[in-house]
Design a protein around this ligand. Structure first.
Ligand SMILES: [Zn+2]
Length: 81
């Protein structure tokens, strides 16, 4: 029988389908009986979905420089490099 700790440490593998089916089954069995772990797995699932939808990608230096150039251009009117 899996413990809550085991479910927690296997949660991401469980959600990505990387677990052997026997382990997967015991995780599902545990989730059916344990509301705490069910909530935790749902939270991880929501987080993973959010990450997939909107990958955190900070702008590069070049991108920032482009924005600065664009701003400069707007203010100074007709100057070109
Ligand atoms: Zn549990």
């Amino acid at each position: 029988m899996l413990k809550c700790k085991d479910v927690g440490s296997n949660a991401t593998e469980f959600l990505s389908g990387a677990l052997p089916w026997r382990v997967n089954l015991s995780v599902v069995w545990h989730l059916l009986r344990c509301g705490n772990c069910r909530l935790a797995v749902i939270q991880i699932l929501t987080m993973l979905r959010a990450l997939r939808k909107r990958p955190a990608k900070p702008p590069t230096e070049a991108q920032i420089q482009l924005w600065i150039d664009a701003l400069d251009h707007d203010h100074s009117g007709h100057t070109h490099h």
